[in-house]
Design a binder for this molecule. Structure first.
Ligand code: AMP
Ligand code: ZN
Length: 134
């Protein structure tokens, strides 16, 4: 059993978006500490291939800054979130799916299927994508 103080620290760290302290996998990819097939990167974000692709093209665009979910306090991060979209469009062009079509998705919390709690934009394409999504 973890002592109460440790549980409290983990809980508040999670709420403050500081999970990287506890080994956020996407922070590690962004820092080059975990392998990732990088598609492109800049000072604000990194785009890399999804390890379990759900379509012929499946790239994740993440901010270098650790933000756990879109429910976090995003004050001041609006330009960063907009930048992710513009990088997603650049990735689509690089992958040759900008004209055929692609989908950009951010899953938030359990019912949407979020499994990694570091905001990431999925860029999916290369096949016809069903709508509505499952
Ligand atoms: P989500 O379900 O929206 O949280 O998406 C998480 C995505 O991250 C899934 O599509 C996973 O396949 C992908 N993923 C998890 N770990 C890694 C990793 N180390 N490198 C690349 N993609 C990953
Ligand atoms: Zn992180």
């Amino acid at each position: 059993m973890l002592p109460f103080a440790v549980k409290k620290l983990v809980f508040y760290s999670y709420k403050k978006g500081m999970m990287k302290m506890f080994g956020c996998i996407f922070c590690q990819v962004a820092a080059g500490q975990k392998p990732g097939k990088i598609v492109c990167e800049d000072d604000q974000c990194v785009a890399f291939e999804d390890i379990h692709p759900k379509a012929p093209v499946h790239v994740l665009v993440i901010p270098r800054k650790h933000i756990a979910t879109l429910n976090d306090d995003l004050a001041g991060d609006e330009p960063l979130l907009g930048h992710l979209l513009s990088v997603a469009a650049r990735v689509a062009k690089m992958k040759g799916i900008d004209r055929s079509g692609y989908r950009t998705v951010i899953n938030t919390n359990a019912e949407a299927g979020q499994t990694v709690f570091h905001v990431h934009l999925h860029v999916l394409g290369g096949r016809r994508l069903a709508w509505p999504p499952g």
